[in-house]
Every structure is written in structure tokens, then in C-alpha cells.
Design a protein around this ligand. Structure first.
Ligand SMILES: *Cc1c(COP(=O)(O)O)cnc(C)c1O
Ligand SMILES: [Zn+2]
Length: 409
């Protein structure tokens, strides 16, 4: 059973049944899942969660599908690492890294895909599809393989080669489109029109897909001993993840799992080469002006982000900020995290750590706050961004050569 009451338009509030729907018929606003929080609170105790699986399905009462029969490759429950060395560099007292590079396909997208495809399969869908900047396609192809569904995934032709390989290997159909993500997304919206029975996870399954990101909040609170952090730093592509992390913390307050009111400051991270949400924030505007992306952080290269306005709203009302970091700062931040904490993140994580560095230096993130930084993907899929890194030395296999070339200390 689920605790879903239905869907609701975020703009005009009209109710809809919990089906594969794209947007509000009246105002084209995005749809959101509505729960019966009283009923959730009556079952979802800390003990109930602790007795559940070590995956995101332990939080099923606050998800749009039951754990029974879930498409579960093991997404969720990634480590939350106390980052004292990095904190010391930045003058912070308590910093944690949520390491979603350790998901089954190496990015947080496994959370949203596990949830979206579980709902889709319960609705009878046989084909899984998506428009992706790379990681989503990777995850959809893997989960579809596990579930025995067909997959048809679309990416910009210039995504990182490792993401193409890591997607092709699952045997579905991988369509490389000559264009940017915004072109890919437009094409996918047309394809849904012709194939309404396909589950296009970020189009007609978007309301369910985005719910998966709430588990990034649920897990952090549980891993902190059922406490919400003071400040979180979250990367922004479409803006969905950021808004849903905020929703996740609010829901924990609603069902009594953390103290309410929940006051988590939410800050956002964008690459300077694709910063439409950061621009709107710094201009004090409520409108997102689309941009043409040019950044090494390809998983965040969305020029016209679907949830951009909602992300700006969350950041403003929680007293957070949004920074934009250059390609050089991204590469430097990847190295900083690796050297101080032993975590190798992809370029999107470099954007988040780069933003953490900036906001700590500006005093926006205060030294006394308990801070959680969401590192959303593994570095192994974006090694091209670090192509200047080489072995320290290359030597013939003799002790003499080693002693001559290397001095440790
Ligand atoms: C997709 C993605 C994001 C951005 O998530 P949105 O919900 O689109 O804002 C961040 N990091 C990684 C690694 C991603 O793949
Ligand atoms: Zn509406």
C-alpha cells in the first residue's frame, strides 16, 4: 500500500489522479505527489525505518510506491562522511559529505530512477526512457536491465565517453542527439506524444521521479541521529534535487521524525558556464533567463531548467545563497576534496565543493553551522576533465631508478 492521495498542480493546485501525467492540463504547471501525512506518521517510526532494507526503500511510506516489488538495484543509504580535514581548510567546525558517487551506477540519479521505474512498472509500462545529461541515461539503462524492461535513452552526443560506455553496456537503445540537453529534452517531449505508454522518467514520470531525491534528506537526517543539518549545499541542474531535498526535510518535521519547525538553510551550486539559476538569484529576479551552456560540468548543463524558479524560491526563503564556479575552480575543487577526504567526485561534485569554498569564504556559510555538502557523482565517469594529471614519475623497474627519481617527505 502507499500513502499517496494523488497528484496536484504546483501552480494552480488542481488535483489529479496518481497516473502517468506530464503537466497540469489547465496551466501547464508541474505536478507534485500529495501524501496523507497523518497516516504516514502513524506507521513511519524510527524503529520501522531501522527495520527496513538498507536502501532508499526503507522510507517507502514517504515515496509514491510500496517497497514490495520495487525495482531496487540497491540505490540509497550511501555514506555520510565527517570531513574534518576539509572543514579545517575552510574554517568550518562541522562538515559532512554525502557521497552519492557510491550509488550502483555512480550518481544520485539511481534514487530518482528506482522510484520512477517502480511506479512505471506498477502502472504497466514496458519501456523506460529519458532525456539525460548522461547520468540519468546510465541509471535508466541499468535499472531497466534489472527489471527486464526495454530502455530508450537520449543524451547530447558530446557527453563524456565514459558515460556513453557505461550506458551502452546494459544493452538498451542509446540515442546520441546532435544538440544540447535542451534539444534532447524537447525531442523527448515530442516522443512521449507518440508513445504515451512509455515511461519517460523525467517527462511523464517526473512527479514520481523527483520524489526519489527526498531520500537525500531522509538519509542525512537519519545518519545524523534524526537531526536536520543547519545548512546544505546542493548542485543545480534542473533544480529538482534541490527543491526535493528541502521538501524531504520539511516532511520529516511533518511526520515527527525531526524537531519542527525544520530550519535548514539551502544553498545551490552552478557552473559559471551554465548558471541561469544563480543569475536569477543574484539579480533578485523570479524569472529564469535560459542560457547556452558551455561548461566542463556536463551533468549540470541545462540551459532552461524546469525547476529553476522553485529552486530560487527555496534558497531565498531558507536564507541560503547560490554561487557559480568557473571550470578552473571546478577542477581545483575536485582535487581539494580528493586530497583532503579521499573522495573522487565528478565535475558536478567539483561545482558543489567549489561553491562550498566560496560561500564559506564569504561567511554565508557560518563557522558554527553543521553543514552537509551533497557530492552527487563519481569522478571515474569524468576523467577527461582532469586530463593534465599524470603519474608523479615514470621509471624503469630498478631500485636505483626509484631512489634517484623519488624522494618521499
Ligand atoms: C543530474 C545531476 C545533478 C542535478 O540534479 P537536478 O535534479 O537536475 O538539479 C547533480 N549532480 C549529478 C551528478 C547529476 O547527474
Ligand atoms: Zn495547474
Amino acid at each position: 500500500m502507499t500513502f499517496v492521495k494523488g497528484l496536484r498542480c504546483r501552480e494552480c493546485g488542481r488535483p489529479y489522479p496518481a497516473e502517468a501525467l506530464h503537466a497540469c492540463e489547465w496551466c501547464f504547471g508541474p505536478l507534485e505527489v500529495v501524501y496523507d501525512y497523518e497516516a504516514v506518521a502513524s506507521v513511519m517510526s524510527k524503529e520501522y525505518i531501522a527495520a527496513g532494507p538498507s536502501t532508499l526503500w526503507r522510507y517507502a511510506p514517504l515515496l509514491p510506491a510500496d517497497a514490495e516489488g520495487a525495482i531496487d538495484l540497491g540505490a540509497g543509504f550511501t555514506p555520510l562522511i565527517r570531513a574534518d580535514r576539509l572543514a579545517a581548510e575552510l574554517g568550518l567546525s562541522e562538515l559532512w559529505i554525502k557521497n552519492d558517487g557510491l550509488q550502483p551506477t555512480g550518481s544520485f540519479k539511481d534514487r530518482v530512477v528506482s522510484v520512477a521505474l517502480t511506479v512505471a512498472s506498477k502502472l504497466g509500462s514496458k519501456v523506460a526512457a529519458c532525456a539525460s545529461t548522461g547520468n540519468l541515461a546510465n541509471s535508466v539503462a541499468a535499472h531497466a536491465a534489472w527489471a527486464g524492461m526495454k530502455s530508450v535513452v537520449f543524451v547530447p552526443a558530446d557527453v563524456e565517453p565514459a558515460k556513453l560506455t557505461a550506458t551502452s553496456v546494459y544493452g538498451g537503445t542509446l540515442v546520441a542527439v546532435q544538440g544540447g540537453y535542451d534539444d534532447v529534452n524537447r525531442l523527448c517531449a515530442e516522443i512521449v506524444g507518440e508513445h504515451p505508454d512509455w515511461a519517460v522518467v523525467n517527462v511523464n514520470m517526473r512527479a514520481y521521479y523527483s520524489e526519489g531525491s527526498k531520500t537525500l534528506a531522509f538519509e542525512v537526517a537519519e545518519q545524523l541521529g534524526w537531526k536536520a543539518p543547519d545548512h546544505v549545499v546542493v548542485p543545480i541542474g534542473s533544480g529538482s534535487q534541490l527543491t526535493k531535498i528541502h521538501k524531504g526535510f520539511e516532511e520529516l518535521g511533518k511526520v515527527g521524525l525531526v524537531d519542527s519547525p525544520v530550519e535548514v538553510r539551502v544553498s545551490g551550486a552552478q557552473p559559471a558556464g551554465c548558471a541561469p539559476v544563480a543569475n536569477a538569484f543574484s539579480e533578485g529576479s523570479d524569472r529564469i533567463r535560459p542560457v547556452r551552456p558551455a561548461t566542463v560540468a556536463k551533468s549540470l548543463a541545462i540551459g532552461d531548467p524546469a525547476d529553476g524558479v522553485y529552486a530560487v524560491d527555496v534558497v531565498r526563503k531558507t536564507g541560503g545563497s547560490i554561487a557559480a564556479v568557473t571550470d578552473e575552480e571546478i577542477v581545483e575543487a575536485i582535487g581539494l576534496l580528493a586530497r583532503t577526504e579521499g573522495i573522487f567526485t565528478e565535475t558536478a561534485g567539483g561545482v558543489t565543493i567549489g561553491t562550498l569554498v566560496k560561500l564559506a569564504a564569504e561567511g554565508v556559510i557560518r563557522a558554527d553551522e553543521r553543514v552537509v555538502c551533497y557530492v552527487t557523482g563519481t569522478g571515474l565517469k569524468t576523467v577527461d576533465a582532469l586530463s593534465s594529471l599524470r603519474p608523479t614519475v615514470t621509471i624503469p623497474p630498478t631500485l636505483e631508478a626509484f631512489n634517484q627519481a623519488v624522494e618521499v617527505e
